[in-house]
Design a protein around this ligand. Structure first.
Ligand SMILES: *Cc1c(COP(=O)(O)O)cnc(C)c1O
Length: 376
């Protein structure tokens, strides 16, 4: 909670639920990452928070952007972000969307299969392509370890295929998993990258780019090491595996940039017990899994919660969302406790909700409107 957001809530008393993002923190996080990784080009992963004020701010700070779809690409272009600052980082794309992206001037594409390379060769002839490979995601609260990326042993073969198809095999990428708690997670991935580099060189392919992906964490319920712990580990691993002969390094931070900059305010709709002597209270909020907190799926991301009664005695709760869907429970097994004084009508705050919330929620399930967003 920043003083600016505090003041906004006090003065504006916005209807709940709503997300308020302090753009100063977004800028601060971006600059901090640039400072900690000075030789790395930052491609902000648009999907984390694609709101126009965030994109415009990062554009003005000279960020580059990683897009997951043609729609994100077109949104960036509409904000005067030039195509040389964009990469199309999804490994699964419609051929028609590849062509549309290529026609606008995009020249950097991700792939993880020969089938996707064949599409790229037809729809984006001569473009630069980089191969995403699988890496262990242990330590990540939101793993990305199965759906995208090829077996690392297959990467060199695919990079050779890319060259045969008239594409430019520029390098490799990986993702250590989102909200990665373990700063050591990058080391295994970078060791693999170095092996792919030398194997590719042995087959006559000189790679020039290494994409570190995302995974830089925000601050949720479990205390988290600060950014330098992660970035220092990355720099050490780069040196260990590549020596002084570093390729062009890029990173694709998503969550880290806007995550801690946002706060969701929500109203307590009902507090009840399933029987008079039940230990746990059910606390129903006006936000849930569908309205802006989809990452509480399986209680994976556990946000910090602030109430007007913090400091008094607490008791166990099951937190639930407002829709009539049985799965719209926020936290049960995670063992949250909230003040016994909590009352219906109280406004509570869900902290560090600037990433993967508003844009990631349903459009109108149960008739609830999309989450309101304020960028201040
Ligand atoms: C989602 C995603 C990112 C951003 O990940 P974070 O964990 O939010 O930093 C980066 N690159 C790719 C390819 C992604 O899909």
């Amino acid at each position: 909670m920043t003083p600016k957001i505090e003041q906004f809530f006090a003065e504006s008393q916005p209807d709940t639920p709503c997300l308020v993002v302090d753009l100063d923190i977004v800028a601060q996080n971006y600059r901090r990452l640039c400072d900690e990784l000075p030789d790395t080009e930052i491609y902000y992963a648009v999907k984390a928070n694609p709101a126009e004020p965030v994109l415009a701010l990062l554009r003005d700070l000279d960020s580059k952007f990683d897009a997951a779809s043609i729609y994100e690409i077109e949104q960036c272009l509409a904000l005067d972000i030039t195509p040389d600052r964009l990469s199309f980082g999804h490994t699964v794309k419609k051929e028609s969307h590849i062509r549309r992206a290529f026609d606008t001037g995009i020249r950097q594409f991700a792939f993880d299969s020969i089938q996707e390379l064949e599409k790229l060769a037809r729809a984006a002839p001569g473009a630069s392509v980089y191969c995403r490979y699988l890496t262990p995601n242990d330590g990540a609260d939101w793993p990305l370890s199965e759906k995208f990326g090829c077996n690392p042993d297959y990467a060199v073969e695919l990079l050779c295929n890319a060259a045969d198809l008239g594409l430019i095999p520029s390098g490799v990428s990986f993702h250590v998993g989102s909200q990665q708690r373990n700063a050591g997670a990058w080391d295994a991935a970078l060791s693999t990258a170095a092996r792919i580099y030398s194997d590719a060189a042995g087959r006559g392919i000189e790679l020039s780019m290494l994409n570190l992906g995302g995974g830089f964490p925000s601050h949720y319920r479990t205390p988290m090491s600060e950014l330098p712990v992660h970035t220092d580990a990355i720099k050490l691993s780069l040196k260990r595996h590549f020596g002084d002969d570093l390729p062009r390094i890029i990173a694709e931070p998503g969550r880290y940039i806007p995550g801690d900059a946002g706060v969701i305010q929500s109203e307590v709709v009902l507090i009840s017990r399933k029987s008079p002597d039940a230990e746990k209270r059910w606390v129903y909020l006006d936000i849930g899994k569908f309205g802006g907190l989809p990452e509480v799926l399986d209680e994976a991301i556990q946000y910090r919660i602030r109430t007007p009664h913090d400091g008094v005695e607490t008791g166990p709760v099951i937190l639930a969302g407002p829709t009539c869907d049985e799965v719209d429970v926020i936290y049960d097994a995670a063992g949250y406790e909230l003040p016994l004084d909590l009352a219906v009508g109280d406004r509570i705050e869900v902290l560090s909700t600037g990433a993967y919330t508003a844009s990631y929620s349903s459009v109108g399930f149960n008739g609830f409107p999309p989450l309101k967003e304020y960028y201040i």
